[in-house]
Design a protein around this ligand. Structure first.
Ligand code: AMP
Ligand code: ZN
Length: 673
């Protein structure tokens, strides 16, 4: 490795600056100036340079936002000054009381306030030392919080370093603390729950819980996938407010490239605050994220410190909270919807009732566990809430109806009539018919996706039209499309119609793993599809595999195996695959010729951490010599390779008398040493 030259360091710093600028434009200003592809290109270039010259990696490099290793637990950290909660006001009268108290205590005729959104998330303190982010801490009990630094680093609207010249210009020191709220916006929340639903995971009750959960993940790569945002609303230096006015703090935060408390206003009187509250109560639904009220703060910092704190909250601020919007109504019916991924979702239909200006007539009950938890039946009287979100939900049953008829999951899909499957140990029930009309659009888009069959040009607009006109019903009919049918679609020239057909035809040659993924079998992601294709070598063999043959594949557990067996046990799916085969799709995997056959027929189990190989490398070595890797130890296992801190597999191997190898012996066996 060569030492980094001055020119290289310059080049790398320039790259980082470009990336920081793009992150700022994209995540803070919502105004991207380059394509995703260009952004990825810059990031990959920086990653490559840093990999080649590890000595030039700095703690604030944009490459370090992701990829921190999972941790065992959180360290606690004492706040420079307590993170307090806020007193609440629910009426304008209470707001005026607050204003009167403030004016009396401060001995002033008039006091100016800043009104801002009350973001509904999790408050976080960010510590910058020498203008670099060194720590992110949760509120915790207000005195000490949890150090969640690797997690907050994944939030793209949080700068990893601050502009030193700007700090100087603002007369701020290089060590500052920024406090604000981590939130998940409505779109990210909806897509997270949608995904959880599809995979039978736990549903989050609201964006706040989802955001709080994501920040406290031990594995920061999960936090990174959750699309969180940060709004800054306090600026501190040495535990004190350094600027004269709170509004100046918010302006300074904006200049330092934070997303500072959006839509804040300076209000000269409490009447102006009331106007602000009224205005935003009407508009809150239009915001891309949930807010549950307005925070009102005395603008002058010196007056803030004069007023001080009670034991739990500042005297100079108050949260005006909007009334929860609730009403009672009767459940007229509970029916089941088939979602875009085939999951059956129970839905309660109500006798229509107005809540906060909207007539509510239905609400999702999510899954059977929720029905059990609520103990809800048709005919029950329920309390329904519309929180910040538009989607109402049932809070509780107020009174049971005469007849408490238990809710049953239908045996057949209400849309296509195929038998409903339930995955063991999961809350979700699903229709596994790949051609079920309820999920036609979603499954076609998935099939054509970049990581699946990669059919460029088969986007939402085209798929919508193809379905509407009844030309395409399933994956196989894509391969039967005629030029004149495609050319007749809206905004489709003959040339682009031909291109699309060429793309579709080209997809027939894709590797088997893409097809396995594209079929949209429950729980089968890209990686599992690859494992299956490699292990079995043909779709035929995957389709005919028994449960225990599937679980023999490393990394495939009973849940995934059951889902595969369920899928191929459906006649409709078998027929679909026959048609795909007739259309000429590739259904076999070309095998890489093994390097040797010295391990032919031998099966290996790995446990514990190897020193010189990752699990993948070790597994690939076994395969390249004709052996195979399985996930659990049985009498049939030939070798168990044991690294540091092995799991129960080691014990099992000992008790079954399976030969045990350490890393060095393993290397000898494959002829490495
Ligand atoms: P509560 O949890 O109801 O006691 O409300 C206090 C919390 O509101 C604070 O700890 C912050 O997490 C949160 N909050 C949301 N938006 C703001 C804001 N603009 N200014 C201050 N605190 C806020
Ligand atoms: Zn169906």
């Amino acid at each position: 490795m060569m030492a980094a030259s001055a020119t290289l360091i310059k080049e790398v710093e320039k790259l980082r600056e470009q990336i920081r600028k793009h992150e700022y434009q994209y995540y803070v200003l919502d105004a991207p100036s380059v394509s995703d592809a260009e952004f990825d290109r810059l990031m990959n270039k920086l990653k490559a340079l840093e990999a080649e010259h590890p000595e030039i990696v700095t703690a604030d490099s944009p490459t370090l936002r992701v990829g921190g290793a999972p941790r065992e637990g959180f360290q606690t950290y004492r706040h420079t000054r307590p993170m307090m909660s806020l007193d609440n006001a629910y009426t304008f009268e209470e707001l005026r009381d607050f204003d009167r108290r403030v004016r009396e205590l401060a001995g002033r005729e008039r006091v100016a306030y800043v009104a801002e959104h009350k973001f509904d998330g999790l408050s976080i303190a960010l510590i910058y030392e020498n203008a670099v982010l060194v720590r992110g801490v949760t509120r915790g009990d207000g005195q000490t919080g949890e150090d969640v630094t690797p997690n907050v680093k994944t939030i793209r609207s949080i700068p990893l370093r601050l502009d030193r010249d700007m700090l100087k210009k603002l007369s701020l020191p290089l060590d500052i603390e920024v406090r604000g709220e981590v939130i998940m916006n409505r779109a990210a929340f909806a897509s997270l729950n949608h995904q959880q639903e599809a995979f039978g995971g736990k549903l989050f009750a609201n964006p706040r819980n989802a955001a709080a959960g994501a920040v406290r993940m031990l594995d920061p790569s999960i936090t990174a996938s959750r699309k969180l945002e940060f709004f800054a609303y306090y600026l501190l230096a040495n535990g004190r407010v350094p600027l004269k006015l709170h509004s100046q703090s918010l302006e300074a935060l904006t200049k330092l490239r934070f997303k500072a408390s959006a839509d804040f206003e300076i209000c000269e009187t409490i009447e102006d605050v009331e106007k602000y509250c009224t205005k935003w109560e009407a508009k809150r639904e239009k915001l891309p994220y949930e807010v549950d009220g307005v925070v009102v703060k005395v603008n002058e910092a010196s007056m803030q410190s004069e007023l001080g704190y009670t034991s739990k909250a500042p005297r100079w601020a108050i949260a005006y909270k909007w009334a929860a919007r609730q009403a009672t109504t009767v459940v007229s019916k509970i029916e089941f919807n088939v979602g875009r991924t085939g999951t059956l979702t129970p839905v309660a239909l109500f006798e229509p009732v107005p809540i906060g200006g909207v007539t509510v007539s239905r609400s999702t009950l999510h899954n059977m566990d929720e029905i059990e938890r609520l103990n809800i039946h048709e005919g029950d009287t329920v309390l329904v809430e519309r929180a910040g979100d538009v989607i109402p939900h049932v809070l509780k049953v107020v009174k049971h109806g005469k007849e408490e008829k238990p809710v049953r999951v239908p045996e057949k899909c209400p849309v296509c009539g195929t038998r409903i499957h339930r995955v063991e140990g999961e809350v979700a029930y699903r229709c596994v018919n790949a051609a079920c009309p309820a999920k036609r659009k979603e499954s076609l888009l998935h099939f054509a996706g970049r990581h699946a069959m990669n059919i460029d040009g088969l986007g939402e607009k085209i798929v919508d039209q193809l379905i509407e006109k009844g030309i395409v019903k399933d994956f196989a009919s894509l391969y039967e499309l005629k030029l004149e049918e495609v050319a007749a679609l809206e905004r489709m020239a003959e040339k682009s119609a031909q291109n699309l057909l060429d793309e579709i035809a080209a997809s027939k040659k894709n590797e088997l793993s893409r097809l396995v993924y594209a079929l949209g079998i429950g729980f089968i992601g890209e990686r599992t599809a690859q494992l299956l294709a490699e292990h079995f070598g043909s779709l035929e063999k995957i389709a005919n595999a028994k449960l225990d043959e599937l679980t023999e594949v490393n990394e495939i557990g009973p849940k995934v195996a059951t889902s595969i067996v369920d899928f191929f046990s459906e006649k409709a799916n078998r027929k679909l695959i026959d048609r795909l085969r007739d259309a000429g799709l590739r259904m076999e995997e070309k095998r890489v010729a093994p390097k040797s056959s010295r391990l032919a027929g031998k099966s290996f189990v790995f446990t514990g951490t190897l020193e010189r190989h990752s699990r993948e490398e070790a597994g690939a070595l076994v395969v390249s010599h004709g052996g195979k890797v399985v996930s659990s130890v049985s009498k049939k296992t030939d070798y168990v390779v044991v690294g540091a801190d092995p799991g129960s597999k080691h014990e099992k191997a000992k008790s079954l008398g399976v030969p045990i190898l350490d890393e060095a012996t393993f290397e000898k066996l494959i002829g490495r040493k």
